[in-house]
Design a protein around this ligand. Structure first.
Ligand SMILES: C[S@@+](CC[C@H](N)C(=O)[O-])C[C@H]1O[C@@H](n2cnc3c(N)ncnc32)[C@H](O)[C@@H]1O
Length: 246
């Protein structure tokens, strides 16, 4: 059997994740996601798979509304800090999900899809996700757009300390390759320094629509995130609602 060794790219960031996200209103975000679920999937007993769930910041506001809620992330360090101890967490790369069940609802929030850096991999991802969806299932995911990256580059420099760790973050957007880098430096009490670089790809909406079109999924709606208005290229973040073609 071939066992894939997962790279934990959030190993150090997991130590500071909550401080980093202290400005994010996850309760509001969860409310929006829940509204979307209820608008597109009427079944009250929906089973949910949350991909790239991190340490459960969104999960903790959502899981109680469902009977069956499974969470996963590629980073074991994020899952070790998971906020909801009652839930079953599985560590896997969402490109190659290691669950065999089909779900009514699949979620992937907060720019996690941006971590998939090539069109080829995105297509593999969408096809693999489609095989985890029930026939009438929905897949909800968001992506950060160029405007979000430009804003971040300007305003997201941050530094702080928590427990034994001091950290800083700078954000760089490379307009040609459309790669957004978050570069973290960590300084530990014992004098060690570590660097963690998170790369995201900022695809244009048209490209995303094309890739989805080539997969087993189709776009039901694509909203300007946190609204129910159609998304435009110059919005900050797009919220997709997709379904299985067959
Ligand atoms: C910005 S965090 C979002 C976490 C969580 N959804 C939230 O809202 O707080 C991005 C997450 O994506 C995860 N991730 C990145 N690439 C992944 C992959 N290929 N498969 C699964 N998880 C991935 C990271 O480990 C990290 O926890």
């Amino acid at each position: 059997m071939h066992v894939r060794k997962l790279k934990d790219k959030y190993h150090n960031v997991s130590l500071i994740y909550d401080q980093l996200m202290s400005g994010i209103n996850y309760r509001f975000w969860a409310k929006y996601v829940y509204q979307l679920i209820r608008s597109y999937h009427k079944n009250k007993n929906s089973s949910v798979l949350e991909l790239a769930a991190g340490n459960g910041n969104l999960t903790k506001f959502l899981y109680k509304k469902f009977k069956d809620y499974v969470v996963s992330d590629k980073s074991i360090s994020m899952l070790k800090n998971f906020k909801v101890s009652q839930l079953h967490t599985i560590c896997f790369d969402m490109l190659f999900p290691s669950v065999s069940k089909e779900f009514d609802v699949i979620l992937c929030s907060f720019d996690s899809v941006n971590y998939i850096l090539s069109k080829k991999k995105l297509k593999i991802f969408f096809n693999n996700i489609s095989s985890l969806m029930k026939e009438d299932g929905i897949f909800l995911f968001d992506v950060g757009l160029v405007r979000n990256s430009l804003h971040h580059q300007k305003y997201a420099s941050k530094s702080g300390s928590i427990n034994d760790v001091k950290f800083s973050r700078v954000s760089i957007f490379l307009p040609k390759s459309k790669i957004h880098k978050n570069i973290f430096e960590f300084y530990f009490n014992d004098g060690t320094k570590r660097i963690e670089i998170h790369r995201q790809k900022i695809f244009e909406l048209n490209t995303l629509f094309d890739i989805i079109d080539q997969s087993n999924l189709y776009v039901v709606d694509c909203f300007n995130a946190f609204t129910f208005k159609d998304c435009k290229e110059n919005n900050f973040r797009a919220q997709f609602v997709v379904k299985r073609k067959n």
